[in-house]
Design a protein around this ligand. Structure first.
Ligand code: ATP
Length: 293
């Protein structure tokens, strides 16, 4: 069957744990992170066009639609590799907060690779896509598959973990944009004294212990981002006061998430954050398994 259109969902991630082990000679940071997909997603539609070129349309007025969009970069990479003479039209419905520490751009790029692989019957394996994707961003190999993963190296060494126990999340993005580069440049990786217990968290996840997991939430990047934006700490405190087992900043921030055993408590906490205008975007959501694509 000749396929002219296909769709993909691009899911956001949070970091249940984020440790930085050292800064490498080449400026990259060696990380040890627990990545978790959450049920907040962008939608992408891909259409073949006779006219060559990559055209991007989006409902989000802030995003570039030219070669600066990661979707463009991902499409261009695959279409050049495979020497595709046709063109593609890509429509993005954006829901994942931007510059938020939720890998929205990386996830769109990963969804684009999956989508075009199918649309043009390119024949890449998942591993092929991951190897190509890391050229565009360290989080892209993870975003190709999603789910629960230990991520090491610069983010490209991935080990799957079982899904954590069911729970509810409040995800709150304050009205500030944080540059990932700024945060890493201001992190003094070699003088960090406190490190999250990533190994202990993996054990807790394997044992199915929500308490063991929430006791070990930790992110070394909080030191940099919270110093700059104290509202992040205020949101964490509010989420905890409103019944969260624990709360943490995701990635380089500024998005904060709280983990709840009870859905009603999560909804109440989200209302409080909204009423106090502490965040511009607030979601009540759940973890999302990796989808067998
Ligand atoms: P990460 O968790 O990987 O650091 P992030 O959530 O901090 O990601 P993104 O939303 O992925 O940050 O993107 C940050 C910047 O990348 C934005 O300033 C945006 O202009 C640019 N960008 C390019 N393409 C996209 C895209 N498809 N979606 C979101 N941002 C994009």
């Amino acid at each position: 069957m000749d396929m002219n259109q296909t769709t993909q969902k691009a899911y956001a991630k949070i970091n249940l744990g984020l440790d930085v082990l050292r800064r490498r000679e080449d400026g990259y940071h060696e990380v040890k992170m627990i990545m978790q997909t959450v049920d907040i997603c962008d939608d992408l539609v891909f259409q073949r066009t006779a006219r060559p070129g990559i055209r991007i349309e989006t409902d989000n007025g802030e995003l570039p639609t030219d070669q600066n969009n990661l979707i463009y970069k991902a499409a261009d990479l695959l279409m050049r590799e495979r020497g595709i003479a046709e063109g593609v039209r890509i429509m993005l419905t954006k829901r994942i907060p931007i510059a938020a520490g939720m890998a929205g751009g990386s996830s769109d790029a990963a969804a684009t690779m999956r989508g075009l692989n199918r649309l043009f019957d390119m024949g890449y394996s998942t591993e092929d896509l991951q190897k190509l994707g890391v050229k565009l961003g360290a989080d892209i190999p993870y975003c190709i598959v999603g789910g629960t993963m230990l991520s090491e190296g610069i983010g490209e060494i991935l080990s799957p973990l079982p899904s954590p126990p069911d729970c509810y999340l409040v995800v709150a993005k304050p009205d500030i944009n944080v540059s990932t580069r700024f945060v890493y440049e201001n992190l003094h990786a070699d003088s960090l004294t406190v490190h999250p217990d990533i190994d202990g968290m993996m054990e807790a996840i394997r044992a199915g212990s929500l308490q063991g997991m929430t006791d070990r939430l930790g992110n070394v990047l909080e030191t940099v981002t919270i110093r700059e934006y104290p509202v992040i700490e205020e949101i964490k405190e509010t989420l905890r006061r409103e019944g969260a087992r624990n709360a943490l900043m995701s990635g380089s921030g500024p998005t904060v998430f709280g983990i709840y055993a009870d859905q009603d408590k999560a909804k109440q906490a989200a209302l409080q954050i909204e009423r106090r205008k502490m965040a511009k975007q607030v979601f009540v959501t759940t973890f999302q398994d990796n989808i067998d694509r």
